[in-house]
Design a protein around this ligand. Structure first.
Ligand code: ADP
Ligand code: MG
Length: 251
């Protein structure tokens, strides 16, 4: 399955992607997790050692120049819109505890989405990942999904919107719902996160409108320990892990 995870900043997207990747790899399936959020905190949550950090694809200037025919940052009226990317995931990912990882990086957006070689390259790569890979693909994304290309949107089986029990996060989810429709995402579902009690779960259910709730993860002191680097997502135990397993089962 190809799953994009989005939602307001801080709701727990990267945590969810990390836990899902772990559960999928531990049951013996192949999975590639892609950090496509400018925040880039997925590696830390999974506990990738500092010395193994890789260069984001968007910063690989020579590679982008070679594949698109144009140096990033150069004025370029003509460059390849469909650069070769099929060798990129295997060449540039790192493998950590059975999970493949790739970091996309950001393209400084001059105005409304830039028609530059970096963007063409990242878009082609994302589309390739969701269309051609025979493994689970998990995309950790920001809330602004409008720059996702149609090709990528079509390849995504489900877009999960992570929501915490707050008005602000619900408002973001409804904005995402609208954008997702515009770019052609086929299926949307919500995952409630940081749920402390029945009342909070009820609050979400009542305010999601047409968005289906596919699962939820409780507020967990285990998960909080990831922040302090006491544990990594690979070591979380108990209820939150079970809830992620149940979620994957439902998808
Ligand atoms: N279920 C949870 N219980 C407690 N804390 C959580 C939970 N999920 C996420 N967090 C915490 O919330 C913060 C934001 O999580 P993160 O995954 O980085 O969010 P995002 O990627 O959406 O910005 C982190 O400090 C994380 O440890
Ligand atoms: Mg994140």
């Amino acid at each position: 399955m190809k799953i994009a995870v989005t939602g307001k900043g801080g709701v727990g997207k990267s945590t969810l992607v990390a836990l899902m990747a772990r559960v999928i790899s531990e049951r013996g399936d192949r999975v590639i997790a892609i950090d496509a959020d400018p925040d880039m905190n997925l590696f830390g949550i999974l506990g990738v050692p500092e010395n193994r950090k890789i260069t984001p694809i968007s910063e690989m200037k020579e590679l982008i120049a070679e594949r698109t025919g144009v140096e990033p940052g150069q004025p370029a009226p003509f460059f390849t819109m469909n650069p070769k990317v099929d060798d990129i995931p295997d060449r540039y990912c790192i493998e950590h505890k059975g999970i493949k990882l790739l970091v996309m990086g950001t393209v400084s957006r001059g105005g409304g989405g830039c028609a530059c070689p970096e963007n063409a390259f990242l878009k082609s790569l994302l589309t390739h990942l969701v269309i051609a890979r025979e493994e689970w693909v998990l995309l950790d994304m920001e809330a602004g999904i409008e720059h996702l290309g149609r090709g990528t949107a079509l390849g995504v089986d489900v877009m999960l919107i992570v929501v915490e029990p707050s008005r602000a996060s619900l408002e973001t989810s409804h904005r995402i719902e609208k954008l997702a429709g515009d770019i052609g995402i086929k299926k949307l579902a919500v995952v409630g996160n940081k749920i402390q009690d029945e009342e909070e779960l009820q609050f979400l259910k009542e305010n999601l409108g047409d968005l289906p709730l596919v699962g939820h993860i409780e507020y967990s002191s285990e998960i909080k320990k990831i922040n302090l680097r006491i544990i990594t997502a690979m070591e979380v135990q108990g209820r939150p892990l079970q809830q992620v397993e149940e979620l994957i089962h439902k998808l």
